[in-house]
Design a protein around this ligand. Structure first.
Ligand SMILES: [Zn+2]
Length: 88
């Protein structure tokens, strides 16, 4: 059993035209193709999402490294000041 894509009335499987409104019905082949296309799009979306997640990860790692470098630089400065101050 299938349903008309236009009027929604029930008709038997394999009919090419709705007996209520005459609209051509998608064949099983077409439905299978649409299903596989939808599946491919879904996979593609997942891959794209994974890629953007990886890019975000790389950016986060870079940002963490930058902050560590800044903290190390500050620490260095403080140590230098502490080292010099008694001499001045
Ligand atoms: Zn119909």
């Amino acid at each position: 059993m299938g349903f008309c894509v236009n009027c929604g009335n029930q008709h038997q499987d394999g009919v090419r035209f709705c007996r209520f409104c005459g609209t051509a019905q998608p064949s099983e082949q077409l439905l299978a193709r649409l299903r596989s296309e939808a599946e491919q799009i879904r996979l593609l979306r997942m891959q794209l999402q994974q890629q953007s997640n990886q890019q975000n990860d790389a950016y986060a790692r870079l940002e963490a490294m930058r902050q560590q470098a800044e903290a190390a630089a500050r620490l260095n400065q403080q140590q230098n000041q502490n080292y010099r101050s008694p001499g001045w």
